[in-house]
Ligand binder design. Structure first.
Ligand code: ATP
Ligand code: MG
Length: 350
């Protein structure tokens, strides 16, 4: 009699997969996953934050707040806000990290009464321009010359390089993320040029460091404008144009039409200085964007693709410069086409 097999299993005998084949299979699987996830990898990891635009005028929402709260009054500012430490200062405001209901907030105090007009103009603009492009206003007290806004721990764009060089932010220190920042910046300029109040010019921008200090880097790596103290209005239909301040401007960061046109032999006189329009902001875009692009792998490739639009921004004649919307459209096209190129190159390699 024939002996039955002990384990009682029928069919082909079980064969072990050689380890090399297993390894190859695992690698193929990883490649497939990587291939499928490329879109996700190349799209910047921004978290969608609810904008203040969702709250009715006179109220705000920030962080995890579910509902909108009315702007804080003088009384609430005096009793509920605890000033902690100074985090910034400009000509108009001294800014303090503060605490309100266990949340971090920024309390701005007027530096001196001679700047009160600028302070009040800035407050008026903050109230009127609340949107995803502008720092969230939480409250104000004109009697005490204070303004309360959302606190952004990453500070102003002046410290962008320091921030992105920290090892915990290496994953966002890429040409994609930096081009996104440049797009945020141009979106803000575009918003100001088409604001609910009309065409506003970002005048607090006579040199690069000053310009950078007017914008804050949010924790999800987007940009909001913070300082709206010098935003004069252009109105072509009434022939209203602007002058950024009453003093002579120098250097090539400002647009050529902002320079004294009558030569060194004629002393500067404010009333003789011609006025200009919002195209001064367009002139400055290439310098600010170039700073935002920095020197990471791929930045120069982006700069190369932005060469033509940046050249147009630097046209001597303001009317020949593109609009902020034109610049933004070009940036978007460049971002999309470079992303596609990088993705297809990576796919070919896989
Ligand atoms: N909400 C905030 N969160 C974090 N830092 C802030 C905030 N608001 C302002 N700061 C810091 O304070 C600095 C000065 O603020 P701001 O530009 O409003 O002052 P200013 O006196 O109006 O400036 P300027 O001299 O340009 O008119 C900013 O550059 C930034 O570093
Ligand atoms: Mg400022």
């Amino acid at each position: 009699m024939e002996k039955k097999p002990q384990d009682g299993r029928k069919g082909a005998p079980h064969r072990e997969v050689p380890p090399v084949v297993g390894l190859l299979l695992a690698m193929a699987l990883m490649n497939l996953l990587l291939y499928l996830c490329l879109d996700w990898l190349f799209i910047s990891p921004r978290r969608a934050a609810p904008g203040p635009g969702h709250c009715p005028y006179g109220s705000f929402r920030m962080g995890q707040m579910k509902t909108c709260s009315p702007w804080l009054s003088c009384q609430e500012l005096r009793t509920e806000v605890r000033q902690l430490k100074r985090v910034g200062e400009g000509a108009v405001k001294r800014v303090f990290l503060s605490e309100w209901k266990e949340r971090k907030v920024a309390l701005s105090r007027l530096t001196g009464l001679e700047m009160k007009d600028d302070f009040l103009h800035g407050l008026q603009m903050l109230k009127s321009l609340q949107s995803k492009h502008v720092v969230t206003l939480l409250g104000f007290c004109e009697d005490d010359n204070t303004i309360l806004t959302e606190y952004h721990p990453l500070g102003s764009l002046s410290s962008l390089e320091e921030t992105l060089n920290l090892s915990r932010y290496q994953h966002v220190n890429t040409w994609q993320q930096r081009l996104q920042l440049a797009m945020d910046y141009v979106s803000i300029i575009n918003y100001l040029h088409h604001s609910p109040l009309g065409t506003l010019v970002m005048c607090d921008s006579n040199d690069l460091p000053k310009t950078l200090s007017q914008y804050l880097l949010t924790s999800n790596f987007s940009i909001v404008v913070n300082d709206l103290d010098a935003l004069p209005l252009v109105n072509r239909s009434t022939g209203t144009f602007v002058k950024c301040g009453h003093r002579e401007l120098h250097g090539d960061f400002v647009a050529p039409e902002q320079l004294w046109p009558y030569g060194e032999d004629t002393p500067f006189q404010d009333h003789l200085m011609p006025s200009y329009d919002e195209k001064t902001d367009i002139w400055k875009i290439p310098d600010v964007s170039s700073f935002l692009l920095g020197q990471v792998e791929g930045s120069d490739m982006v700069r190369f693709h932005l060469f033509d639009i940046h050249k147009a921004c630097k046209s001597q004649a303001p009317a020949e410069r593109p609009t902020a919307q034109d610049v933004l459209d070009t940036y978007r096209k460049v971002l999309n086409s470079l992303r596609d190129t990088v993705m297809s190159q990576t796919r070919e390699m896989l």
